[in-house]
Design a protein around this ligand. Sequence first.
Ligand SMILES: C[S@@+](CC[C@H](N)C(=O)[O-])C[C@H]1O[C@@H](n2cnc3c(N)ncnc32)[C@H](O)[C@@H]1O
Length: 249
Amino acid sequence: MSGSLVIAGLGPGAEALVTPEVSAALAEATDVVGYVPYVERVAPRPGLVRHGSDNREEIRRAEHALQMATDGHRVVVVSSGDPGVFAMAAALFEAVEQGDAAWRDLDIRVLPGVSAMLAASARAGAPLGHDFCCINLSDNLKPWSLIEKRLRLAAEADFAMAFYNPRSKSRPEGFVRTLEILRQSCEPERLIVFARAVSTPDEHIRVTTLAEATPEMADMRTLVIVGSSQTRRIERDGAALVYTPRSVS
Ligand SMILES: C[S@@+](CC[C@H](N)C(=O)[O-])C[C@H]1O[C@@H](n2cnc3c(N)ncnc32)[C@H](O)[C@@H]1O
């Protein structure tokens, strides 16, 4: 039997945001592999084995998935959001590049998903409507000095910015420092969106300014969007609309 390997994005949480292509791949899978909470989003069924593992085991998880596909299994590796955004697709290709030569001959496909920044942006309005960048604020896989450099240059270039992994219990200081750096070059009225647990029952969207933002507004389930100098807010009954115009004059 010839195996296959699909790397799929489950979207930000809601079932309605899982693409039909990803649902079809999961329906045909013999094995689902990923971080425990993501694997648990796939309903159990006869003929499907779910392999949940710890968050810090990306390369070992990738090697396990590649070996099962080599042995003839139809394997789906799942990530939240999009698998190519701070997630398993790159880890898998790292394992392919460094591992068994036979892995290069496998049938491997990446299926996109709705990334957290897109879901968060849609909830707030259109803050990413002009040029933007996204930065992972975790220093688990890169030095903090590089994060600071990228923050400064992104602010100087007047990008809107989307921040993944803004703050965790083991890294409480990073987001404090992030706000300090932004305050050095952005005006106090700069708009910030804190979008927590988007598309889940715990969803909470808060729109504030750089002057009023506090580190406690973010946690590991939050996607933070900092507007550019052009980003504005339309007040109306109900939630305000935040958008960045399409053009800069
Ligand atoms: C390891 S990254 C994975 C990103 C994922 N691959 C994606 O494309 O959305 C995890 C971070 O994504 C963000 N995130 C994921 N799901 C989210 C959601 N439903 N609401 C807000 N932020 C989310 C948070 O910043 C979280 O710390």
